[in-house]
Design a protein around this ligand. Sequence first.
Ligand code: NAP
Ligand code: HSE
Length: 431
Amino acid sequence: MAKVVGVGLLGLGTVGSGVVEIIQRHQEELQHKVGCAVEVKRVLVRDLEKIRSVQIEEGILTENVEDVLSDPNIDVIVEVMGGIEDTKKVLIDALNQKKHVVTANKDLMALYGSELLQTAAANQCDLFYEASVAGGIPILKGLSDGLSADRITKMMGIVNGTTNYILTKMSQEGSSYHDVLEQAQKLGFAESDPTADVEGLDAARKMAILATLGFSAQVKLNDVSVTGITNVSDADLYYGKQLGYTMKLIGLAQRDENRIEVSVQPTLLPNEHPLSAVNNEFNAVYVYGEAVGETMFYGPGAGSLPTATAAMSDLVQVIRNMRLGVNGKQLQGPLHDCVLKGEKEIESQYFIRLKALDRTGTFSTITSLFAEHEVSFEKLLQLPLEKEEAAEVIIVTHQTNKENYERLLNRLAELSVVQSLESSYRVEGGH
Ligand code: NAP
Ligand code: HSE
């Protein structure tokens, strides 16, 4: 085993700077853990002139990826630059040149994880991606090591720091959506294009990765049904609170036998639910295993040092494997086919907010329609609207299946006593 393990870093932004900082600051601990020095040999950036938050020796930065890939002193590539198609080519090149890979790139892993893992195995290289899901929380290792002997049936979590930050600030401080999104960008939580955060795609990518690993089934990004937070209004947060709920962007993956449901959507949780207390950029994933029961993984879900910590734990694993000569031996094909649940099999409670005419008979018309669809109320709130002949009506249903609920919603919208259907959300974590 070499006295020095050489690292090629692709990207020196939020996460890349964190990786350099940890390697510089924790060198002694690292050496103790892996038995050799860890040195950053080359760093790929887009712009050599940019001012950096970490000190890098002269001659290490490059704008040419070949300088990194062809450097014989580089054993491990740490990819923290983002991107999909071009980055995939770079990583396949790196693996074919027998360099191990650590990546934080969920966009890439959700789409091409299986292909990349196979390329890594064919080259007897490691490919680890802990930092791609839930920032600093060791959730992938939790599933693949800690809970490896269990059968996981449900994972429910807050896996996007940006949207959790936005919902927390809107709900607790009354801040405006756009102001908080800007703050999340400044703090380095949001993606360079935050559309993927706020529209739920970032969380969907993470849920596809989590479900693939947790259920040992190839769950594709297209298998995840996705709704983001862009339509969540102050009124929804307010009325949710009135009824004892907290709004979170929830990723849900559950299976009955081998039929799977994976989704991301704004969801109301009872205030006393543990995920309701997960605030700001923090993430948490609730994992239910048949043997272990309930577990919860909690921690910072985004940001420089937390995410870099996850990437560094992968780097340590790669170096330990190098010492043992067991790199590239971890690939296992999925055990199950991914068969998605039909809408009839997806059960949930729902929150509905609508505006209805404030006159006699309105309620009996609405309740008759619910009875016709065999959906019962758990909670009901009606408030007259000032200066309007309408009332705001908020209903929380008992459990019903998605197909039935969608049918009910369509019929509700057609009722002459209903002026507008304002919003509808899933409610999870109840009895
Ligand atoms: P970032 O701050 O935008 O940094 C990206 C870095 O990569 C920059 O240094 C940039 O160079 C470099 N880069 C990008 N494209 C390049 C290209 N084509 N050629 C050469 N260099 C290129 O991004 P980040 O927030 O660190 O995120 C990096 C990755 O980690 C992404 O996949 C992201 O999804 C993932 N991730 C981020 C977080 C987080 O909290 N930020 C958490 C988990 C995972 P310049 O500096 O010269 O522009
Ligand atoms: N943009 C992502 C988030 C970064 O906000 O969670 C961490 O993956």
